[in-house]
Design a protein around this ligand. Structure first.
Ligand code: AHR
Length: 503
């Protein structure tokens, strides 16, 4: 019922109750050679908006504002059939190939050097995936060498002749993609994957001993091999792995908005289950080595599922149009990552442009989707240590995820500032919020933004591009060191509060 207000919610935060530093890489993204993510996405030399490198200036500008950190590339399923050598060297000599992952045409006009040049311009930390599908450990190591070896080596010289004399120094590498999935080119069982990944690890670290490695975890907790796969690969490789890859896509097939909005609880559960495995393996290890989680694919994805590109170049694949409830679920993922800052060290919104993405292009037009604003509200307030937030307020029963509080929250303590992120999961009731700190007092509001919309399904389109967006929120008032506000139904509010610590 519009106009109704929930019983008040109290947020209580002790500034000494720190979880961990929030790893900046948690605000990462993902660019796959798929659909129109690269071609007609970041790279479109035929566009009147292209720069000298053939990149879309409007897309780059929008991405820049998103402040994505680690950028995963080149896949995804694509990487399992990709020969990275096809994508380097003079463009006129690069072959066009049939991409078996997405049944599309890959022209190879954009490849490793173009991606790394773009990363440098954008300030992204490249997160490179090697092909452990139909690719070999030797070829994986050759790619590490192409990126990281000095001139004087075969690969270093080749890179130099392609225009980049200095090594790129890429430190983050994924050992394949979703190798547990039967859809994956070169899918393996856990034992065989461990053997292949072990060999790749040996050869890749022979080239560069300092690289950090991400091992494929389960692609989805619904798979029958979850979490046995994760336990097997970590037991087999744990001492050498820095991160276990985690993927999750939220779906709302049943059009059950209250349940969907509580999806962060499912994310919490998945993180906690996989972290238990990391800790078990650490406990059993002689070295005491601990792996952390790399949540390197996450988003809402369920309306456009077809993987068929019909042999076309840059086909329209997985082009989801995002609405208000999707944006709040995206916020729920980010809240969960911050609440688990001691465990989740990398996370990549899947993806960045056109394919399940916050940004869409159409010809020379660009559309900023609802989830863009949710991500931006977090990534512009991301520095500091995650704090525990105790939430005392009304709750509701979900169909499958148990009881959920209407308020879904996380907090980050920066230098003289607390950033708070609150989702009001109620579709039709406002939320009266009281924020109290222990160990500090709130001085004033530095900034606050709100994302909401007229209904859960409201979305931006090229015809109505600004229906759902974040706007500045002036609903907070501060008195006697505490703050309160009334949040609209179905909203995400992010607030930065200036604080002074108690002596
Ligand atoms: O992001 C789209 C696809 O989803 C990725 O290629 C794959 O890793 C996942 O299944």
């Amino acid at each position: 019922m519009a106009g109704m207000t929930l019983r008040p919610t109290n947020l209580f935060i002790e500034v000494d109750q720190k979880i961990a530093e929030v790893d900046p890489r948690v605000f990462g993204g993902f660019l796959e050679h798929m659909g129109r993510a690269i071609y007609e996405g970041v790279y479109d030399p035929t566009s009147r908006l292209a720069d000298d490198a053939g990149c879309r200036t409007d897309v780059l500008e929008a991405l820049r504002k998103l402040k994505m950190t680690a950028m995963r590339y080149p896949g995804g399923n694509f990487v399992s059939g990709y020969n990275w050598r096809d994508g380097v060297g003079p463009k006129g000599e690069r072959p066009t190939r049939f991409d078996r992952a997405w049944f599309s045409k890959e022209t190879n006009m954009f490849g490793t050097d173009e991606f790394l040049a773009l990363s440098e311009r954008m300030g992204w930390t490249p997160m490179m995936a090697v092909n452990l599908g139909n690719g070999s450990p030797t070829e994986a190591a050759a790619l590490v060498s192409y990126c990281n070896s000095s001139q004087g080596s075969e690969m270093g010289d080749w890179r130099a002749s392609n225009g980049h004399p200095a090594p790129y120094g890429i430190s983050l590498w994924c050992l394949g993609n979703e190798m547990d999935g039967i859809w994956q080119i070169g899918h393996l069982n856990a034992k065989k994957y461990v053997e292949k990944a072990k060999e790749a690890t040996r050869l890749m670290r022979e080239v560069d001993p300092d690289i950090e490695l991400v091992v494929c975890g389960s692609s989805d907790p619904m798979l029958p091999t979850y979490p046995a796969w994760d336990r097997s690969v970590l037991s087999g490789l744990g001492d050498e792995m820095n991160y276990l890859s985690v993927h999750r896509y939220a779906r709302n097939f049943r059009r059950d908005t209250p349940q969907f909005l509580a999806f962060g609880l499912a994310v919490d559960k998945q993180i906690e289950e996989l972290n238990r495995i990391c800790l078990e393996v650490q406990h059993q290890s002689e070295t005491g080595h601990r792996s952390f989680l790399s949540f390197d694919e996450w988003n809402v994805w369920y309306r456009h599922l077809s993987p068929f590109g019909w042999g076309q170049r840059a086909p329209h694949l997985l082009e989801e149009t995002y609405n208000v409830e999707d944006a709040l679920v995206v916020a729920g993922f980010l809240n969960s990552f911050i609440r688990h800052a001691d465990v989740v060290k990398i996370a990549n919104l899947s993806q960045a442009v056109n394919v399940v993405a916050p940004i869409r292009t159409r010809g020379d037009d660009i559309l900023i989707q609802s989830i863009y604003y949710a991500f931006e509200m977090f990534s512009s307030r991301s520095e500091g240590e995650a704090l525990k937030v105790s939430t005392d307020g009304p709750r509701y029963q979900t169909r499958k995820l148990g009881m959920a509080t209407f308020a879904d929250t996380s907090a980050i303590l920066g230098d003289g500032v607390i950033h708070l992120f609150i989702v009001n999961r109620s579709v039709d009731e406002s939320m009266a919020l009281e924020i109290e700190l222990q160990g500090a007092t709130i001085l004033n509001v530095l900034s606050a933004d709100c994302l909401t919309g007229p209904s859960p399904k409201a979305k931006n389109t090229f015809a109505r591009p600004n229906l759902v967006r974040s706007t500045s929120f002036d609903g907070f008032s501060v008195s006697s060191g505490s703050a309160d506000a009334t949040l609209p139904p179905l909203s995400l509010v992010a607030v930065s509060l200036s604080i002074v610590k108690a002596p």
